[in-house]
Design a protein around this ligand. Structure first.
Ligand code: PXP
Length: 237
């Protein structure tokens, strides 16, 4: 089985800080605690509206995270410039809409092949791992492969939201995960994953990376980061 990584998204620590526009709680401190508790890496989404993570956070994280640092970002020239300057280990391109509460869907890679392909090429040339956040669709996986991206993150939101048919959502995820792996793309999953719904995904051997934010940070508020990360790490296997 591929080696499993749990990467912890600390955006919500920044959300709490921004609620008061002061310096605490610091997502950088949360990232250090998450790594000490066994996380394999840290994820932050630098949004165009800077609603939670700030440019300073990304820069300080680059200085303080010795392990995997992943930046999620929109496919814009502003964000690409920041990524090339700060040099996270990995960049995940995500669709971004200002009014959304959180990332709502995967990229439409087919519709944006030109823009996405160009950013992927630049990231690859700069030796920053390129990853595309896509819905569990065979067509999107194939399009992601065509861009030359090194990895995909399959959107698990619809499964996690317990829609009318979670079993068929799970099958869609499984098919997309298998095809990605067959095409030799790195395979991650993320969005809405929590301590109750992770198990069926943990049983899919092709998944290399689990990207989890809200559930871990929400639990850490109540039981502490050490326990919150440790319990998820045990479930991810
Ligand atoms: N992966 C991506 C691409 C995301 O945009 C998010 C949300 O920021 C996550 C994973 C984490 O989702 P959650 O906070 O629901 O665990």
């Amino acid at each position: 089985m591929a080696q499993r990584r749990l990467v912890v998204n600390v955006d919500h620590v920044a959300t709490l800080r921004q609620a008061r526009q002061i310096r605490e709680p610091d997502p950088v401190a949360a990232a250090t605690l998450a790594l000490l508790a066994g996380a394999d890496g840290i994820v932050v989404h630098l949004r165009e509206d800077r609603r939670h993570i700030q440019d300073r956070d990304l820069r300080v994280l680059r200085q303080t995270v010795p392990q995997l640092l992943c930046m999620e970002m929109a496919s814009t020239s502003e964000m690409l410039k920041i990524a090339l300057d700060v040099r996270p280990d990995s960049v995940t391109l995500v669709p971004e809409r200002r009014a959304e509460l959180t990332t709502e869907g995967g990229l439409d890679v087919m519709a944006e092949l030109g823009t996405i392909g160009e950013i992927v090429r630049t990231l690859n040339e700069s030796k920053i791992r390129s990853c595309l956040f896509i819905d569990p669709s065979m067509d999107q996986v194939k399009a992601a492969h065509r861009t030359g991206a090194k990895a995909v993150e399959i959107h698990t939101g619809r499964y996690a939201n317990e829609g009318p048919d979670p079993e068929s959502e799970l099958r869609r995820i499984q098919d997309a995960v298998r095809l990605s792996s067959k095409l030799e793309l790195g395979v991650g999953v993320g969005h809405g994953l929590n301590y109750r719904n992770i198990e069926p995904l943990a049983l899919m051997p092709e998944i290399e990376e689990f990207s989890i934010g809200h559930a871990i940070i929400g639990r850490a508020v109540l039981v502490g980061m050490d326990r919150a990360v440790g319990e998820m790490k045990a479930l991810v296997g």
